[in-house]
Design a protein around this ligand. Structure first.
Ligand code: AMP
Length: 221
């Protein structure tokens, strides 16, 4: 049985759902913010307290890499085997609801999650890397970061025309990096089905740069 459990105060577009099984042996409460106007809702099987534990493990580092930036440090998640697995499972559960051909991930922290997800799904992995790191012929796209300017590249032969791709990165801030990834995907003929992030900094409104691509993030600040 699926029932609406509680509406989030901040946005009437999002509801928190509870998933209940009558058999007590399998009784669990799975909670996720679901965009009721978006694509068909997915309910994560991960308990809310696990997601909260992940959130509490992300460390804020002030004034890194430059004054005024609060850096979301995911290394406390990575160094804990259970939490690292939980973080990967968030992406994995979501990807299992989609029809996709390959995972695209962004240099460098996106690789940590993207490669694990691609391995588990048995699909190919495409790397979007900072300028000068990819050895073969590339397409490139420049963009503005929360803390600087940069250029991203992708191999021109990464994708077969029309392949369905899911983009994975650790964090969505201003959206510049992901928007450049979206540009690259379009340039090489791929179809970006969804962009997924472990963390989203809502106040920077990065998801607007990715419209109309659906954006899923698991921990929003
Ligand atoms: P943006 O292009 O502004 O959305 O920035 C996203 C990319 O930069 C991601 O690949 C993040 O790893 C990194 N990033 C940007 N801002 C932060 C932040 N405050 N904390 C951690 N990583 C960040």
């Amino acid at each position: 049985m699926i029932r609406v459990w509680r509406c989030q105060e901040k946005s009437p577009r999002y509801c928190t759902l509870a998933l209940c099984f009558p058999d007590r042996a399998f009784c669990c409460r799975a909670v996720q913010a679901v965009d009721v106007y978006g694509p068909p809702a997915t309910i994560l099987a991960m308990p809310a307290d696990t997601v909260e534990k992940l959130r509490n493990s992300i460390r804020d580092v002030s004034d890194f890499p430059k004054p005024g930036i609060v850096f979301k440090d995911i290394t406390p998640v990575l160094r804990d085997g259970a939490l690292f697995r939980n973080a990967i499972d968030l992406f994995l559960e979501r990807c299992r609801t989609l029809t996709l051909d390959k995972i695209v991930c962004i240099d460098a922290r996106g690789f940590l999650f993207g490669s694990a997800v691609a391995y588990e799904l048995g699909v190919g992995l495409i790397l979007i890397r900072k300028k000068g790191k990819l050895p073969y012929k590339t397409e490139s796209a420049s963009y503005t970061l929360e803390y600087g300017e940069a250029e991203m590249e992708m191999h021109i032969d990464s994708v077969e025309p029309g392949e369905r791709l899911v983009l994975i990165d650790d964090l969505l801030a201003t959206g510049g990096t992901s928007a450049s990834a979206m540009t690259l995907i379009n340039k090489v003929g791929g179809l970006l089905v969804e962009a997924q992030f472990l963390i989203e900094l809502d106040f920077l409104r990065g998801r607007e740069k990715l419209e109309p691509t659906p954006v899923i993030s698991f921990l929003r600040y």
